[in-house]
Design a protein around this ligand. Structure first.
Ligand code: SF4
Length: 274
């Protein structure tokens, strides 16, 4: 998997943005996440070539787009067309676009998108609660696209997606709690319910992480970043089940490591100074 951030920075858009991880990480580096700019060193990543003329991103790779912004942000209107062209050029890659700005998708599609979209592009909307799901998923379902998905993240309230899942147009649902500076709790029952909804409609469901605060059987658990994914996998709510090989590695020292709010798994980096 590759991450392609052709631009960086964003404007907060809905309640799911309250504890945006990009703002948090920028702050830790002394930067301001509201400053939006084109990432010149990364902008042409999909078509960049090595000295031997081969593409730097090999064929068959999944490319996650705009993880430090929103692909349909107004400020990026002047840069988006070139990105569409690169996605079209690299038919051998799979591009995953994730957005909260479902209302802008249609007006931002390229002229040659057609009735079913580019075959190598997946449109995914995030829906943090029922209100945003009801607002954004109908738009997603109405837009032409070869692949569509829904991400319930940060999962801050129960959601019922039965009506949308019944459309058979949603290929997957992902769920994740709130992390970094966020403390809005995720309840086990909400995830279980969503997992069961997906099972009823045979839509693959992946529970990525519990978030910082996870509530189960009336008890509140505070869970560090890397361990969130491990605990989510142990819940057995994902199907197909999470691949154990993709789970983060933990060490006993992770419990007190000062970086455990942002660490994605221990690589013995030494920054925890133990
Ligand atoms: S849309 Fe995404 S990147 Fe932009 S502020 Fe919200 S959470 Fe952050």
């Amino acid at each position: 998997m590759f991450t392609w951030n052709p631009w960086h920075g964003c404007r907060k858009f809905s309640e799911g943005c309250e504890n945006c991880y990009m703002y948090y990480l920028d702050k830790t580096r002394g930067n301001d996440g509201s400053k939006i700019y084109k990432v010149k060193t990364n902008f042409y990543l999909p078509v960049a070539r090595s000295r031997d003329k081969a593409y730097k991103v090999p064929a068959g790779t999944q490319v996650h787009v705009c993880l430090t912004s929103d692909f349909f942000l107004e400020e990026a209107d002047k840069w988006r067309e070139e990105c569409w062209q690169m996605m079209k050029t690299r038919q051998d890659l799979e591009f995953f676009l994730i957005t909260k700005r479902a209302n802008r998708i249609r007006e931002c599609l390229p002229p040659d998108w057609g009735d079913s979209g580019y075959p190598n592009v997946t449109l995914t909307i995030t829906a943090e609660n029922q209100k945003r799901a009801d607002e954004r998923i109908p738009i997603l379902l109405a837009v032409p696209a070869a692949h569509k998905g829904v991400m319930v993240a940060p999962f801050i309230a129960p959601v019922n997606l039965e009506t949308y899942l019944a459309s058979a147009k949603i290929e997957f649902v992902y769920a994740d709690g709130e992390n970094y500076e966020g403390t809005r709790p995720l309840h086990y029952e909400w995830v279980k319910s969503l997992s069961e909804q997906c099972a009823r409609h045979k839509v693959p469901f992946e529970f990525f992480g519990t978030g910082n605060v996870f509530v189960k059987d009336g008890r509140e658990y505070h869970i560090c970043k890397a361990y969130q994914r491990i605990q989510a996998a142990r819940s057995n709510l994902s199907f197909p089940p999470s691949d154990p090989a993709t789970l983060p590695r933990m060490n006993p020292r992770c419990a007190t490591c000062p970086r455990n709010a942002q660490c994605n798994g221990c690589r013995n980096c030494g920054k925890c100074k133990f």
